[in-house]
Design a protein. Structure first.
Length: 162
């Protein structure tokens, strides 16, 4: 299993297990935190709060890219900048954020802890009919170009104002 796939699976597992108990409900500590933070602010519902702040409904997308090639070597900064310029930016020209990261996972067979440099791309966008195609094109292009097994993805509903 490639390091990129391990990062994606680890991130997905952390997201899922941190939010859901085995019975499908939230864990007690998470339930208490959720109840505490999900309460309306000053009596306002979240949609009302978003409206009062001038925020609009959106999707918040995080793409997770491993920077180590399976055959050895790394995706260079120049390679990454070219991919960002030629593949990601044309699909999300309104803006995005790139963060450097260090992914970590545990090998299922050996138990060894591994790490890999990574890039997280965060996009806040409205939901459009072609959004799935844009995301799929980016993920497929990265996997093909840099011989990766996976590109991690999370999508969250929210609201934002810029």
């Amino acid at each position: 299993m490639s390091m990129t796939r391990r990062i994606a699976l680890t991130a997905f597992a952390l997201l899922v297990t941190g939010c859901q108990a085995p019975d499908g409900g939230t864990r007690p500590a998470m339930r208490e935190a959720t109840q505490a933070t999900a309460q309306p602010v000053a009596g306002e519902s979240v949609p009302r709060l978003c409206g009062a702040l001038g925020a609009t409904s959106d999707l918040q997308i995080t793409l997770m890219f491993g920077m180590t090639r399976p055959e050895g070597g790394v995706v260079t900064d120049a390679d990454w900048r070219g991919f960002l310029r030629d593949v990601i930016t044309p699909r999300f020209p309104a803006g995005l954020t790139v963060q450097n990261g260090l992914g970590q996972w545990q090998d299922r067979e050996t138990g060894r802890i591994g790490t890999e440099p990574s890039r997280l791309v965060w996009v806040v966008t409205e939901e459009t009919p072609d959004l799935g195609n844009k995301i799929t094109a980016i993920r497929d292009a990265y996997k093909k170009t840099f011989h990766q097994q996976a590109v991690g993805l999370t999508v969250t509903r929210g609201c934002s104002s810029f």
